[in-house]
Ligand binder design. Structure first.
Ligand code: ADP
Ligand code: MG
Length: 325
């Protein structure tokens, strides 16, 4: 890797650096341009929230970092730096070593990460034995400890149950425990609470925040929900149509948003809207088979100027830590 980049990562205490990531998918109708030049840093022990509407490229970004893209994906350009590796160019076996160990990922549907016909205790101990070469008895002890850490009541009894015997929230706790069993440095959370009731959602968010503190995790938290962002983010990247349109500290983006898309997202938030009337963002996201010229949000932006339909807006600096297109 480029020595200058390695030094910068060390100096700024970055655990990950994503640079100009560009990913598309081959489909029968043509190339879907899912991620179009995304760049961001992840600092040690921070939560960076990636927020945006459905289809904006959040999951593809997370999956590219994790190395679990669909078979029809093409990484057209860009880098994902982790330590001295460029994950976009890493050999399959390097990625294999990282996946689930240094970098863990949890998803919206915990069932997709669990084996339905294996007791949850065994799913935990398998991960532990794989990672630590523990004996079965040691692994069981550690598994029960982990179940306690993620807030599973009566872990000794729950150890011998199957995933279907757990509620959605408890299943997500198990998935988090399995991810933690590998002692990751980075945790990518892709809408982990979207499928849960609001009260359960709040408990899982609280758990992730607690684990971040206790285990010094660096977290990429993907969500479409600004309410969740408010509870989680140290920094925020707002994504629209495969690009980051605004990037800054949590307070900067919430209290001094600069991109019209960020304004629209805020106005569509129930708690942010004093009139009690919900303003859905008018129009629909663009077709990523043919992303529009210029600013992709222009067609939905009442403040758009003629030039926005022709030329891509530059990224300008609001403060040293806050940027917007
Ligand atoms: P988000 O997570 O922000 O809702 P995604 O990252 O899942 O959005 O998707 C970004 C774009 O990539 C969407 O237009 C989606 O339809 C497309 N996409 C994702 N996966 C595939 C795939 N395997 N094949 C074709 N298109 C895909
Ligand atoms: Mg998604």
């Amino acid at each position: 890797m480029n020595e200058a980049i390695m030094n910068q990562m060390k100096n700024d205490d970055l655990v990950l650096k994503v640079d100009n990531l560009t990913v598309s998918f081959k489909t029968p109708s043509g190339l879907v341009r899912a991620v179009r030049g995304v760049s961001f840093d992840l600092k040690r022990n921070e939560t960076l929230c990636i927020v945006g509407e459905s289809g904006s490229g959040k999951s593809v970004t997370g999956r590219t970092i994790m190395g679990i893209l669909a078979g029809n994906a093409i990484i057209d350009d860009g880098h994902v730096y982790y330590k001295d590796l460029d994950l976009c160019q890493a050999k399959e076996e390097d990625f294999y070593k990282l996946r689930g160990s240094k970098i863990g990922m949890i998803f919206q549907d915990p069932l997709s990460s669990l084996n339905p016909i294996m007791k949850v205790g065994k799913q935990l101990t398998e991960a532990l034995i794989l990672k630590n070469k523990m004996t079965k008895a040691e692994a069981k002890e550690r598994a029960i400890e982990l179940m306690k850490e993620v807030g599973i009541p009566e872990p000794e009894k729950r150890y011998n149950q199957y995933p279907f015997q757990f509620s959605g929230g408890m299943r997500q706790r198990i998935v988090i425990a399995i991810a933690l069993s590998m002692e990751p440095e980075i945790l990518i959370c892709d809408e982990p609470t979207t499928a849960l009731d609001v009260t359960i959602q709040a408990q899982i968010l609280e758990l992730i925040n607690k684990l971040k503190r206790e285990k010094n995790l660096s977290i990429i938290f993907i969500t479409h929900d600004l309410g969740v962002v408010a509870n989680m983010a140290d920094r925020i990247a707002v994504m629209y149509a495969g690009k980051i349109v605004e990037y800054g500290n949590s307070e900067e983006v919430f209290y001094d948003p600069r991109h019209p898309y960020t304004w629209a997202l805020m106005e569509s938030m129930p708690a942010m809207n004093q009139k009690g009337k919900l303003n859905a963002i008018p129009g629909t996201p663009p077709n990523m088979l043919m992303p529009p010229k210029g600013d992709a949000f222009a067609a939905r932006n009442k403040y758009a100027m003629k030039i926005d339909f022709e030329k891509e807006p530059p990224f300008f600096k609001v403060t040293d830590t806050h940027y917007a297109a």
